[in-house]
Design a protein around this ligand. Structure first.
Ligand code: PMT
Length: 403
């Protein structure tokens, strides 16, 4: 049987509190669950437990210094990790993380990472209850960083209250839950997705486009494969590598995307439109580079086909149709309007034009709406969000088939 954390790469950050000694057992448990673990320690942590201890239990060199020359420098470590777990996290480290400081290796890795981070506080109860610590934790939570704990009980300082590091067994379960959120069951189903931006050419060297990177769409495609579906991904120009196990079709423009989708949609069960398709294209495509001749210039644009609306309007063999809605304001109002107008079975609305979610970021938040129901999928890593969305789609698809 596959271990629950098989193929997962976890960076354990250890900061300087008495609970640091528990970190060695935590590494052992994470490895037993199948994860590869690397450890980064603050200087204060090394006064409680030696790096050698963590080296022995992790079977990897332990990282303590910012060293741009090192093969595992802070950027590489940030990229390497699927997940960063800071346990124990002192009040001082939480404060530094909350304020974006990068004054040691661990804080620098966290700042350079766009992965999911969980912080496991361990400190004296008065320090935990202090408004400064509470405010710092709120800042982290608002940024999507998870705060796990603290637990309640007797403390090293002799007091009893909130501030204990959560037990390692509990932490392991939380990591497994976080990293292996089941994407549901789409066994035997065929799923067609669109992703990324489109490029609408103006002349041989210029085009109109948008900020989509394809991350959200590729994450949903990956989750659909994990759920057992046969997946076709039609994507506009992106630099991402397609997830293994899918049929990948690269396109440039909205019309190309429309053609690729329409040629395949008749045999799929589910259509998911995550692409940021340009609504308009230039009415004429200049065969030569447009010259700078006048002070002002007017571009005439014509409407592109609405791929999603056309799929959802199919009379024979309409697939379960899921749209996305990217809005800067009145998110739910516009999303619900699109869901009804385009006759969608489901729509996932996300806020764009802000930092930390929507276009380009590693994380996102989705408000998912369907006839008579809604669910918020809170801010998290797009990979996890893709799984949560696919799980919802799998549930609603069953209902769609039987109704
Ligand atoms: O790619 P990332 O950087 O990860 O960013 C992800 C994202 C923000 C692009 C993604 O989460 C998202 O919101 N995708 C939909 C963007 C969009 O174009 O939304 P819209 O509200 O303009 O369009 C509504 C729906 O109609 C979308 O499902 C869209 O794919 C579809 N559509 C729109 C126009 C068109 N001509 N054809 C379409 O199929």
């Amino acid at each position: 049987m596959q271990k629950p954390l098989a193929n997962k790469q976890i960076l354990l950050g250890v900061t300087g509190g008495i609970a640091a000694y528990k970190g060695a057992d935590l590494v052992r448990r994470l490895r037993e669950a199948g994860a590869e673990v690397q450890v980064a320690m603050t200087h204060a942590a090394t006064t409680f437990v030696t790096p050698l201890t963590f080296q022995a239990v992790s079977d990897n060199l332990v990282h303590t210094e910012v060293n741009p020359e090192a093969s595992m420098g802070h950027i590489n470590l940030a990229r390497w990790a699927d997940f960063i777990l800071i346990a124990p996290a002192t009040a001082d480290f939480i404060a530094r993380l909350a304020h974006g400081l990068a004054n040691d290796l661990l804080s620098t890795i966290c700042l350079a990472s766009d992965r999911c981070i969980a912080v496991v506080p361990a400190m004296n109860l008065i320090m935990w209850e202090n408004a400064a610590t509470q405010d710092n934790c709120s800042l982290l939570t608002n940024r999507g960083i998870k705060i796990w704990g603290p637990g309640f009980g007797s403390q090293a300082c002799g007091e009893i209250g909130a501030g204990r590091m959560l037990e390692n067994s509990k932490l392991c379960s939380l990591v497994i839950e976080q990293l292996s959120a089941s994407p549901g069951n789409l066994n035997g189903l065929k799923v067609l997705l669109t992703a990324g931006p489109t490029h609408e050419a103006l002349d041989p060297v210029r085009f109109i486009s948008n900020q989509s990177t394809g991350k959200m769409g590729f994450a949903v495609a990956k989750a659909a494969v994990e759920a057992g579906a046969q997946v076709i991904l039609v994507s506009g120009p992106v630099i991402l590598k397609p997830p293994p196990g899918i049929e990948y079709i690269k396109v440039e423009s909205a019309v190309d995307m429309y053609d690729a989708v329409m040629a395949r949609v008749h045999w799929v069960d589910i259509f998911i439109a995550t692409a940021a398709v340009a609504d308009y294209r230039a009415s004429t495509l200049s065969q030569q580079k447009i010259k700078k001749t006048h002070e002002k210039m007017t571009l005439e644009l014509v409407r592109n086909p609405d791929i999603l609306a056309e799929v959802a309007a199919l009379r024979s063999h309409k697939p379960f149709s899921v749209g996305f809605s990217a809005e800067t304001h009145d998110l739910l109002h516009y999303a619900e309007d699109k869901r009804r107008r385009k006759n969608l079975d489901m729509i996932a609305a996300n806020r764009v034009g802000t930092t930390g979610s929507g276009f380009g970021s590693e994380q996102n938040e989705l408000h998912v709406l369907w006839e008579g129901g809604a669910q918020l999928l809170p801010l998290t890593d797009k990979v996890l969000l893709g799984r949560q969305l696919i799980r919802l789609i799998a549930e609603r698809y069953q209902f769609f088939k039987t109704s």
